[in-house]
Design a protein around this ligand. Structure first.
Ligand code: ZN
Length: 287
């Protein structure tokens, strides 16, 4: 059996599969201290005979196999989790292969093989929620250089009417600082759900997201951009983003039809878990 851990800043989701796709059992665990959270993760996996585990984790994480901190969550502001040895803690309990990547890379991998991008050879997955992050798959490989991309912190052109300075402690007005869920709530001082009918709010967020996708498109030329995350529950955002993207691109380069280019995930919030299963399965097949 294969296990998956989708490790988020607010919750962990653990699941098991036999065939790499169908979830046989699943548990949600609140992210508290590493010790307490991992204890619950282990309590779940102890009920099964696991041969490999895939982890898609919140970041930043160390994915460089030559680094002494490979398998660690690194400089996160999340209390107790900075320089947490994630792979080490799992291997202490289970002598199995462990696949390790970011939560968004796992989602991209799941959508690439089984979801919205299953018919193309490259895609980008962007999550817009508590934070903003992205991962890309090119010809079946996760895009990585020295480390994983940090697509949420790219700079965008500030809308002149937007006087909000942003919430990112490093850059203030980067994409995550301006367009993540907490940034929306901090800008208006109310919860995002109470803003649901405020067209101006979503036009602004769509503008920033379209600018980001414009940049990713020019840099990577992937065949599909999949956007997930809680903020995207405002489904009109997809339409608004496509419109703004079209204006920005101004026919400079060709893209697929925008209804097919900028899309929602197709795996019902299971994309990260399925990506983790597949990455763990890849490891099993290789070894
Ligand atoms: Zn930033």
């Amino acid at each position: 059996m294969i296990g998956a851990i989708e490790a988020g800043g607010t919750k962990f989701v653990c699941a098991v599969t036999e065939d790499g796709e169908k979830i046989l059992d699943k548990v949600m665990i609140a992210t508290t201290t590493p010790a307490e959270t991992l204890q619950k993760v282990v309590a779940f996996f102890d009920c099964f005979s696991i041969h490999a585990i895939g982890i898609g984790s919140f970041g930043p994480i160390d994915v460089n196999k030559d680094s002494p901190h490979y398998g660690y969550i690194t400089s996160t502001p999340k209390v107790g989790w900075d320089y947490f040895n994630f792979i080490g803690s799992i291997r202490e309990k289970y002598k199995v292969h462990v696949a390790w990547t970011t939560d968004v890379n796992a989602s991209a991998y799941g959508e690439y093989h089984k979801g919205a991008a299953r018919d193309v050879s490259s895609c980008l997955y962007l999550t817009v929620g508590t934070g903003i992050g992205g991962g890309a798959i090119i010809n079946g490989n996760i895009l990585e250089g020295f480390s994983h991309p940090e697509m949420g912190h790219i700079l965008v052109r500030k809308n002149k009417q937007d006087l909000f300075k942003g919430i990112c402690p490093y850059h203030e007005d980067c994409l995550e600082g301006l367009a993540s869920g907490p940034a929306i709530e901090a800008r208006y001082g109310v919860t995002a759900t109470t803003l649901y009918n405020r067209k101006d709010v979503w036009e602004l967020i769509a503008d920033y997201l379209a600018q980001a996708i414009f940049t990713y498109t020019l840099a990577l030329r992937v065949e599909k951009v999949i956007i997930g995350g809680g903020v995207m529950n405002h489904t009109n955002l997809y339409i608004m983003i496509r419109q703004k993207f079209k204006q920005l691109m101004n026919d400079y380069i060709s893209t697929p039809n925008l209804e097919e280019y900028i899309v929602a995930p197709a795996l019902n919030d299971e994309q990260a878990l399925i990506g983790c299963f597949l990455l763990a399965q890849d490891l099993l097949n290789k070894n």
